[in-house]
Design a protein around this ligand. Structure first.
Ligand SMILES: NC(=O)c1ccc[n+]([C@@H]2O[C@H](COP(=O)([O-])OP(=O)(O)OC[C@H]3O[C@@H](n4cnc5c(N)ncnc54)[C@H](O)[C@@H]3O)[C@@H](O)[C@H]2O)c1
Length: 286
């Protein structure tokens, strides 16, 4: 490895199990020489296997519900204490929609669920940055990254209210990124990742079709969780110091595609029998 994060200190949100993108980021950050604390919602401590990751990477876990200011303030204070100084990098890798979980269609949302999903998936990013900013807990030239998905820009019907949450999240990155850059020389970006088979990802209806379609559309194929971790590490490193306020697509080229030959072939294959039937109809009518 390259010692890209040697001497750097961080906070990593959202490692639930070994499939989580945050899990891979933690493993890669460890390999690159960083020290960090791991955090997740208290309920996730029971459901997931985060202690295994903590042991593997020599990290401490500080539970925090990302919708609670008290929890986040406690997290940041303890992280600075445990790590012995200010923070250089933060990963926000949190997403959850109650409407998706309950199978409510986008057109038939329960707005209390919508509010909870928005609070967890989008507003939490503002809360995290607000605590870091107000406590002056970030080192100069630090880097904050949140993970997002392209449904913020394009329509993916089954992504549901998460599409709106991601659009809000990306806007927060730009708006808070201005203040963090101006006042503390800290960069803030979102990474827009390919569909990835994780607990959150697999919750989306028709996820297998979704992932296969994206793979066939992308000239480089879908980006894996580990590849996302590699990209995130580069955004935490000193090699990307002047990249800020960006939504960075990490998707094998998907976001700039119209259609690929692989998808066209598949569509034409399905169309074929219809065409053949039409032709034979014409022949018999003649
Ligand atoms: N998997 C995909 O296809 C994909 C694609 C693009 C972007 N993303 C984004 O990547 C991020 C990570 O998701 P993942 O795919 O690794 O799935 P994951 O299920 O492993 O991670 C989601 C995490 O959010 C945490 N979380 C939920 N509620 C919380 C709360 N109140 N406080 C603190 N943490 C809370 C969960 O415990 C979990 O660790 C999410 O923002 C997701 O939207 C995922």
């Amino acid at each position: 490895m390259y010692n890209l994060l040697k001497g750097k200190k961080g906070i990593i949100f959202g490692a639930l199990d070994s499939k989580s993108i945050a899990w891979k980021v933690a493993e890669r950050a460890h390999e690159e020489g960083a020290k960090f604390v791991l955090t997740n919602a208290p309920v996730a401590m029971r459901l997931g296997t985060i202690t295994e990751l903590a042991e593997k990477t020599g990290s401490e876990i500080i539970p925090a519900d990302a919708t609670s200011m008290l929890d986040l303030e406690n997290l940041v204070d303890k992280a600075v204490e445990i790590l012995g100084g200010k923070i250089d990098f933060v990963l926000h890798s949190i997403g959850m929609s109650v409407n998706v979980r309950r199978g409510n269609l986008y057109t038939h949302q329960d707005y209390n669920f919508t509010k909870t999903g928005w609070d967890v998936s989008a507003l939490s990013f503002h809360r995290v940055m607000s605590v870091l900013y107000q406590r002056k807990a970030m080192n100069e030239w630090g880097s904050i990254v949140a993970l997002t998905y392209m449904a913020a820009q394009r329509v993916f019907p089954d992504y549901n209210d998460m599409a709106d949450n991601k659009a809000y999240l990306e806007s927060i990155a730009r708006s808070f990124g201005y203040f963090f850059g101006r006042d503390h020389k800290v960069r803030v970006n979102t990474i827009s990742q390919s569909p990835t088979p994780t607990t959150a990802g697999s919750g989306v209806k028709g996820f297998d079709g979704f992932i296969s379609y994206a793979d066939k559309m992308s000239p480089l194929g879908n980006a894996t969780a580990l590849e996302c971790a590699d990209y995130t590490i580069s955004m935490f490193s000193d090699l990307t110091k002047k990249v800020t306020l960006q939504n960075l697509f990490h998707d094998g080229g998907f976001s700039n595609m119209g259609v690929s030959n692989a998808i066209m072939d598949q569509v034409m294959e399905k169309e074929q029998p219809v065409e053949a039937v039409e032709k034979s109809k014409k022949k018999t009518s003649k």
